[in-house]
Design a protein. Structure first.
Length: 72
């Protein structure tokens, strides 16, 4: 399953790159992109565990950028 989410208050391209790297390390994630320019995140992950994986994605993103909000 591949889904795109809107990001609110993503401050810099460096943070976007760090978030992308952290998301790709999560078990079950096939691919991920975080775009600072469009303020969007695309996550491709295992269909059966998508919701559980997204919880981990949100947690990983909060570690990198505490102010950033992911619109699920």
């Amino acid at each position: 399953m591949k889904k795109t989410f809107k990001l609110i208050d993503l401050d810099c391209a460096n943070c976007a790159a760090k978030m992308e790297t952290a998301i790709k390390k999560i078990d079950g994630v096939v691919d991920a992109t975080v775009s600072f320019m469009t303020q969007k995140m695309t996550v491709e992950a295992d269909d059966a565990r998508f919701d559980a994986i997204m919880k981990q994605v949100v947690k990983a993103c909060k570690k990198v950028e505490p102010d950033c909000e992911i619109v699920l």
